[in-house]
Unconditional design. Structure first.
Length: 139
C-alpha cells in the first residue's frame, strides 16, 4: 500500500545539553524511542521521537521532537479500511525523523564539544516492529 503524505509540521518539544559532563576519553551511547499516533480527525500521523545521549550514568543530551505527517484522503481511506498503519510506513516516517533529528542536534550543538558527537545510523527495522493498529475502525 502506498500512502500519499506530506510533512506538515516539525516540532522540537525538548532539547537540553550538558557539555560539562562530556568526557573525550569515553564512548557516547544513544538511546532512541518512537511513538506513533493518528490524529483525532484521522488526517495526520504523529511520530514522537526521543534521543538520549549518555556516558555511563551521565546524560549528555536530550532531544524530543514531533513530526506531523498529513495523509491524503485516499491514504486515510486505505488505513481505515485495513484498520492499521503498516509497519513499513512507520519505519519510513521514523527515517525522516532520524534525519531531521540529526540536523537539529548538529545545529543546536554548534560551538560546543557535543557538536562532534553525531547521531549514528539507527536500524529502525529492529526498533519499529509492528503495524500501528487503530483503536476503532468504521464498519
Amino acid at each position: 500500500m502506498t500512502i500519499p503524505y506530506k510533512i506538515a509540521r516539525l516540532e522540537t518539544r525538548q532539547f537540553a545539553i550538558f557539555p560539562d559532563r562530556f568526557d573525550n576519553q569515553e564512548d557516547v551511547g544513544v538511546n532512541s524511542a518512537y511513538e506513533f499516533s493518528v490524529s483525532v480527525d484521522e488526517t495526520a500521523i504523529r511520530c514522537r521521537s526521543t534521543f538520549h545521549y549518555f556516558q555511563g550514568e551521565e546524560v549528555l543530551m536530550i532531544l524530543e521532537m514531533n513530526a506531523y505527517f498529513a495523509i491524503a484522503p485516499e491514504g486515510i481511506a486505505d488505513i481505515l479500511k485495513k484498520g492499521s498503519v503498516p509497519v513499513e510506513f512507520l519505519r519510513y516516517m521514523g527515517t525522516i525523523v532520524v534525519g531531521t533529528a540529526r540536523g537539529v542536534i548538529h545545529t543546536k550543538t554548534e560551538g560546543t564539544v557535543l557538536n562532534a558527537v553525531v547521531l549514528p545510523p539507527i536500524n529502525l527495522v529492529e526498533i519499529i516492529t509492528e503495524d500501528l493498529v487503530l483503536k476503532e475502525t468504521p464498519s
